[in-house]
Design a protein around this ligand. Structure first.
Ligand SMILES: NC(=O)c1ccc[n+]([C@@H]2O[C@H](COP(=O)([O-])OP(=O)(O)OC[C@H]3O[C@@H](n4cnc5c(N)ncnc54)[C@H](OP(=O)(O)O)[C@@H]3O)[C@@H](O)[C@H]2O)c1
Length: 246
């Protein structure tokens, strides 16, 4: 990637989003970081230690304002939008009947609507600049059910993101805006609120016999950001889970 591209990363104060932001900063890009919790976002930015290359947008991706605000800040501070990574999100596994309406709305509004509105806002500058890349972080649980991890509500939202990925890839191809998704398996992040050593118990769920690291997803994001002939792909990065198994 050439230097001084501008990348927007939602949910950049922790886990996968923080890793993506760090990788783009190391490549010389400007990065707009988002998260809901102001103190957490500022602490993450401090850790990244690149004030000249970063701008912060505190806000909830389930709102109608934050997705547009991300693009406004990117343009105001850096003058362009080259890559949008729709990563912000949460997770809760529950039996189908236990998800409440609030649970369902939370997943649909943060993951699906947030992705939709941020992408709508980003395509105007991308079109003007002659192209861009949108990368949606979904989940393997939208590609296949896993008996021990019931997750119909997050799967509904992430499955919607996969559908939007393919639909937009076709619609925006003539604008040279590529739209792809990454479908992670279990990645070691604070998402699960478990201790680092407890991830070991989950390794047998992946055919490759280990839990994923943030770097596994970051590498795929960097690839898709630059893969000029790739669009409409939902790429599993999951140790083989999407391929089948128990
Ligand atoms: N880790 C995995 O195994 C795994 C597997 C499949 C998919 N994913 C997906 O990967 C993405 C990143 O997850 P992660 O594992 O890195 O989790 P994480 O460490 O908990 O980070 C989640 C990030 O998203 C932000 N966030 C959550 N809800 C938000 C909202 N409504 N508006 C704005 N920011 C919000 C959080 O900031 P605040 O705390 O300030 O809200 C945080 O920065 C999620 O979309 C998740 O569904 C993860």
């Amino acid at each position: 990637m050439s230097t001084k591209k501008t990348v927007i990363v939602t949910g950049a104060s922790s886990g996968i989003g923080l890793g993506i932001a760090e990788a783009f900063i190391k490549k010389g890009a400007n990065v707009v970081l988002n998260g809901r919790n102001e103190a957490k976002l500022h602490a993450a930015a401090e850790r990244l230690g690149a004030p000249d290359q970063t701008a912060l947008v505190v806000g909830d991706m389930s709102s109608t304002e934050t997705p547009t605000e991300l693009v406004r800040v990117a343009l105001q501070r850096f003058g362009r939008v080259d890559v949008l990574v729709n990563n912000a999100g949460h997770f809760a596994s529950k039996p189908f009947g236990d998800y409440t309406v609030d649970d369902l709305n939370g997943f649909l509004s943060t993951h699906l609507k947030g992705t939709y509105l941020a992408s709508q806002a980003a395509i105007t500058p991308m079109r003007r600049q002659g192209g861009g890349a949108i990368i949606n972080i979904t989940t393997v649980l939208a590609l296949r059910g896993v008996k021990t991890i019931p997750s119909s509500a997050p799967a509904a939202a992430k499955g919607g993101m996969n559908a939007v990925t393919r639909s937009l890839a076709i619609e925006l191809a003539s604008d040279n805006i590529r739209v792809n998704a990454i479908s992670p398996g279990i990645i070691k992040t604070p998402l699960y609120r478990i201790k680092n050593d407890e991830f070991g118990k989950l390794k047998d769920m992946q055919p490759l016999g280990r839990v994923g690291e943030v770097k596994d997803i970051v590498d795929a994001v960097l690839y898709l950001a630059d893969a000029d002939f790739v669009t409409g792909v939902v790429l599993p990065v999951d140790g083989g889970v999407a391929a089948g198994g128990e």
